[in-house]
Write a protein that binds this ligand. Structure first.
Ligand code: V47
Ligand code: SF4
Length: 359
């Protein structure tokens, strides 16, 4: 049997593929064959349903001490374009989101040099009072580690305090590529890949669900991507705390990576999503984040193993500061139409993937 036939037989028999087999798929350009296997693996888990949610992003500050080379969103304090939202404004946006039918607020921000940890616990408490029905999904493992340093608390204590103040779950950012050699080039100030995994592990043990992302399309190789996926699969075997895997296509404008990096190709986007669906057999959801992919690739991805389109977003900064061509926001009706036209069933979900209604 050829390697492809071996992989196909494994996927059909619902068996796990190896890292070498994942690498073989990354090196292949037989997109339709890979997509067919991914679609099979997805349909077995999710049938024809495609999840989305009604959410709003709020980035409390773009001031960040890390200044990762790939990040066009962050600023140094005092630099043009640097901002920090006041608590009142954050609460106003949360209240508005709830009034407009959102069930989730998604919050990530820079590592601010002067804000105390109490700013973040006060923020959660105030948001929870202003919009009690909103699930607050906030803070990457990178922010959690920073809070523990500025507050002089253990990671466990930080997580407990944030939970007590209203944190519902965590997004999957900050993972980038978990391989150290790549991290040293694209984000040398950021916590190590091993530390990211450890903090996520502690979050899962504290009862917080998280997502996992992978920033791809910069300096990483196919084997770096596979190593990243393998680390996530291993942790998921241990904790079961990941909800969705989200590959983030690198947006190359305005970054300090002094290389002539072009935006990812549609072929690479679809292949990466499909291989993730095949390889991460213990993840229930693979998300096509339309902000980074554009609506058209995100829609086609629904035939390549994807079962989640993220949400309405409303105001997106991280990808758009780096040149993303997608809109800032989609309406719920836009998302429903995208899914229907792909021949699938749109299911509005809450953050914990409980179905709210289908269309
Ligand atoms: O960690 C930064 C990435 C992440 C760029 O969990 C970039 O549901 C592409 O994690 N091009 C933050 N990506 C965003 C994030 C996220 C987004 C949507 C949903 C969820 C979820 C999580 O954005 C960062 C970094 O990996 N990022 N700059 C860029 N130029
Ligand atoms: Fe700061 Fe996050 Fe941007 Fe890195 S990716 S500079 S940690 S905001």
């Amino acid at each position: 049997m050829s390697t492809y036939e071996i992989i196909a037989a494994k996927v059909r028999a619902n068996q796990r593929i190896s890292t070498d087999e994942a690498l073989f798929l990354f090196e292949s350009n037989d997109l339709l064959a890979i997509g067919e296997l991914a679609a099979l693996a997805n349909e077995r888990k999710n049938g024809k349903s495609v999840f989305f949610n009604v959410n709003r992003h709020i980035n409390p500050t773009n001031i960040c001490v890390n200044r990762c080379a790939f990040c066009a969103f962050s600023r140094t304090a005092g630099e043009e374009g640097a901002y920090t939202l006041a608590l009142d404004e954050i609460c106003r946006r949360a209240k508005e989101a709830q009034a407009e039918g959102a069930t989730e607020v998604h919050m990530v921000g820079g590592l601010h040099p002067d804000l105390a940890f109490e700013f973040y616990t006060d923020m959660l408490t105030a948001m929870h009072q202003a919009a009690p029905r909103l699930h607050i999904k906030a803070f990457t493992a990178v922010e959690i580690e920073y809070f523990s340093r500025i507050a002089g608390l253990s990671i466990e204590q930080v997580l407990e305090r944030l939970k007590a103040a209203g944190l519902g779950s965590m997004p999957g950012g900050g993972a980038e590529i978990l391989v150290e050699e790549v991290r040293q080039k694209i984000c040398p100030e950021k916590i190590s890949g091993a530390r990211w995994l450890e903090i996520i592990r502690l979050a899962h043990l504290a009862g917080l669900k998280t997502n996992a992302t992978m920033l791809y399309g910069h300096l990483e190789s196919a084997s770096d991507r596979v190593a990243h996926l393998e680390l996530l699969r291993t942790l998921q075997d241990e904790t079961g705390g990941f909800q969705a895997f989200i590959p983030l296509a690198f947006q190359p404008e305005n970054s300090d990576l002094k290389l002539d990096i072009k935006a990812t190709s549609g072929l690479d986007d679809l292949k990466t999503l499909a291989i993730a669906r095949i390889f991460l057999d213990n993840f229930d959801h693979i998300k096509a984040y339309w902000i980074m992919l554009g609506e058209k690739i995100a829609q086609v991805a629904l035939s390549f193993g994807v079962n989640d389109l993220d949400g309405t977003v409303v105001e997106e900064k991280i990808g758009h500061d780096a040149g993303a061509q997608s809109p800032q926001s989609l309406t719920k009706e836009d998302i429903i139409r995208l899914i229907h036209k792909a021949g699938k069933i749109p299911v509005e979900r809450d953050t914990l993937y409980r179905p709210l209604r289908s269309y």
